[in-house]
Ligand binder design. Sequence first.
Ligand code: MLT
Length: 285
Amino acid sequence: MNTKWSPGSPSTPTSVSTLRRIQVGDVELALEDHGRGEPLVLVHGFPFDRRMWRGQIGAFDGFRLILPDVRGHGESEPAPPPYSMTTLAEDLRQLLDHLGLDRVVIGGLSMGGYIALAFAARYPERLSALLLIDTQAAADSPEAREKRAELSARARRDGVEAVAGEMLERLVGGRNVTPEVADLVRQMILDTSVEGMVGALAGMAARPDSTPLLPKIACPTLVVVGQDDAVTPPETARSMAASIPRAELVEIPSAGHLAPLEQPPAVNAAIRSFLARALARPAAR
Ligand code: MLT
C-alpha cells in the first residue's frame, strides 16, 4: 500500500537537476524551476504531479517555469486531510513568497484550476495573467461529493492501487491518449500518497462555487479545453470564458481532460500567443 511519503518516490522525474524542496508551513513541497524570465507557475490536476507538465518544459522562452507538486502528491510531503482549495492556494502563496515572486502567471489544470481560482479570489494583485485549463468554476453536485467520499473510503481501506484503474478510465479514457501517456498517468496516480488522495478529495468536495468570482477576475485569462474533455467539457469552458471580462477561449482538437499532455504543441502555442498579447508592455517613450 502506498501510504507513506518517501522522497524520490516518483520513478520518472522530469528533471532531477532543477528539483527544489521548500518548507511551507507544515509541509515540505517539491518543485521544478526551469529557465529565466516572467514567472509562469503551472499547477497539476488530481491525482497527478508536476510530471504532467513535461510537454511544457522548454516551450516558453523568456519565462521561468515553476512546477510545484501539491501537498501529498508527487514528491511533496503529505499532511493530514482535508486539503481545502484555500489551504492549497495558501501553500502556493507561501511558495511564491519564499521564491521572492510578487506577480506571476498562474495556470492550473482541473484541480489546479480550482486552486488557481482560490488564489485569484484572495490575491488578485499577484496575478499578471491566469490560465484555466480543463477545469470548471462550479462546486461539486451532491452525487459528485458522494462519489468522492466512496473513492476516499476505498483508497483508505485498500490503497491507491485499488482505485487507480477506475480513475485512469475516467481521466484518460478518451481516444486521444497514447499508451505512453496512459502509463505516465497511471504512474502518477500510484505515486500519490493515500493521505494526499483523501485530503484532495475532501477539499474538492467541499470547495465553494467560484462562479460569482468570474466577473470579478480583472487579469487577462486564457481558458483552454480539450474538445473531447468529458470531465470538464467544452460547454463548461465556454460559459466560464464568457463570464470572465478579459478571457479568451481556445478549444484543442483531439484532446480530452489532459490537453497539455495529450496535445502539447497546440496547448503551448495557445499559451504562448495569449501571453505575448496579455503581458505586452506599453512601449517606453
Ligand atoms: C482533476 O483532473 O484534477 C480532477 O478531474 C478534478 C476533479 O476530480 O474534479
